[in-house]
Design a binder for this molecule. Structure first.
Ligand code: ZN
Length: 438
């Protein structure tokens, strides 16, 4: 295996140092790194680049099995590596649904074969995402995929009895229920955030209370049961307030925000361009400010992409017919740099915390989100924060092109990513490899 000598990288944005990657770990730093590097070590000029622990996404849709026309485990994890990730959690709303040990092991194996990042399948909470019968949570937990995160994402576990039973069940193996908080009766036919813009456009609205009422119920259920709850893609100011209250009360709840909810608003629906149609919907500028403040003060624990690839025909259409969802793996860090780092709200070590350390902890993922230090697994990414680039979906590694940031200039470029010391991205591009079975 090739050794890499990273010259003058800045771990967590700190002082420059050399890093030697050997046998899957960070073998040496500082002056020791160059001294111990053999003549065959490949030198990477990392001067000025920020070294972060490889990013960990708790919320990715890889679409395989079932919709390989939009994304596969191979292309989705290649996009993840291009975005600086070394581990992703693959959501369960595939066809078939990942609700058995067999399906989660299939996804886990596809991830291992692809080799871009570590793939951790999320198990469905209910059989077929139908919200009626509990899926084989225990069998998925003890499978080779060792599932710890369970979610019906795309749908809400709206039945409080089923939610209670799921929260109780996962305690046995330290699992967590990741809830897509959306009261279905309050969002029937909803097309966008309910507010002034939806009223003006005449599109059916999606009230903030549809999200907030489920989060309020679920934090109380988690407290009652004494279990772990994770709130997916929190998007409203009221949701931030509820999570803040729950944490102050000592409830074991964590929450995520997506990059797009940190920057985009419902004003974009005026374009009628379904690229801006997403679930939960883009909210108001006040909500954007509230989620930024929540991420800054730690109420919101992590950033998760909700990368949701879609076919051209599902996005190149009228707004009401458009599918919900946006790609996000390759723009996540740039959006966080733009909204949180360049505004002085998060340091680089905070970025490592919200995009690597804490998501790894919530997902109970070993070997990721570790310090950039000698003896630690060499799961790293190098980012150039000074570069500004215009997003071009055609140039991205994902198979789909439904990025809401197409044509937008964003800061930051991933220059290299290493998975256990093996380069998955070098010189700013994924390392060329053949897709297995493509
Ligand atoms: Zn969701």
């Amino acid at each position: 295996m090739t050794d890499y000598l990273l010259r003058a990288a800045r771990p967590l944005g700190g002082d420059p140092t050399d890093l030697l990657l050997r046998d899957g770990v960070i073998a040496a730093t500082g002056a020791d790194a160059a001294r111990e590097a053999g003549p065959d070590a490949v030198t990477v000029d990392a001067d000025g680049l920020v070294a972060l622990p490889g990013l960990v996404d708790l919320h990715t849709h890889l679409r395989e099995p079932g919709r390989e026309d939009t994304e596969t485990v191979f292309t989705g994890t290649r996009a993840a590596a291009a975005g600086g990730f070394t581990a992703v959690h693959a959501m369960a709303n595939t066809t078939p649904v990942a609700d058995t040990a067999g399906v989660v092991e299939q996804v886990w194996n596809l991830g291992r074969e692809a080799g871009w990042v570590d793939v951790h399948p999320v198990g469905a909470v209910s059989v077929g995402l139908q919200g009626e019968m509990l899926a084989e949570l225990g069998a998925m937990a003890t499978s080779a995929a060792r599932v710890r995160v369970f979610s019906d994402d795309g749908r809400c576990v709206s039945d409080p009895v089923l939610m209670r039973r799921a929260l109780e069940y996962v305690k046995a193996f330290d699992g967590v229920i990741a809830q897509h908080a959306q009261e279905p009766r309050l969002t029937e036919g909803a097309q966008m955030h309910e507010g002034a813009v939806s009223a003006e456009l005449g599109l059916a609205g999606w009230p903030a209370v549809a999200e907030e009422s489920i989060i309020a119920r679920d934090v109380l259920l988690a407290e009652h049961v004494g279990s772990r709850l994770h709130v997916c893609h929190l998007s409203t100011a009221g949701s931030v307030d509820i999570v803040r209250w729950a944490k102050a009360r000592g409830i074991d709840v964590t929450a995520e925000v997506t990059p797009h909810h940190l920057i985009l608003t419902d004003e974009l629906a005026r374009s009628y361009d379904p690229r801006f149609k997403v679930n939960p919907p883009l909210r108001t500028a006040e909500d954007v400010e509230a989620v930024r403040a929540g991420l800054e003060d730690g109420t919101i624990d992590i950033v998760a992409t909700d990368h949701a690839p879609h076919a051209v025909e599902d996005k190149d259409c009228e707004w009401p017919a458009g599918a919900f969802g946006m790609t996000g793996l390759e723009t996540a860090l740039p959006v966080v740099i733009e909204t949180m780092v360049e505004t002085g709200r998060l340091s680089w070590s905070d970025v490592a915390r919200v995009m690597s350390v804490t998501p790894a902890r919530i997902g109970r993922v070993q070997d990721h989100g570790r310090p950039v230090a000698v003896g630690e697994p060499a799961n790293l990414t190098l980012v150039d924060p000074t570069v500004r680039r215009v997003v071009d979906p055609a140039a991205q590694a994902t198979r789909s092109n439904n990025s809401p940031f197409a044509g937008t200039e964003l800061p930051g470029q991933i220059m290299a990513t290493f998975l256990r010391g093996r380069a998955t991205v070098l010189d700013g591009a994924p390392v060329a490899r053949e897709e297995v079975g493509a």
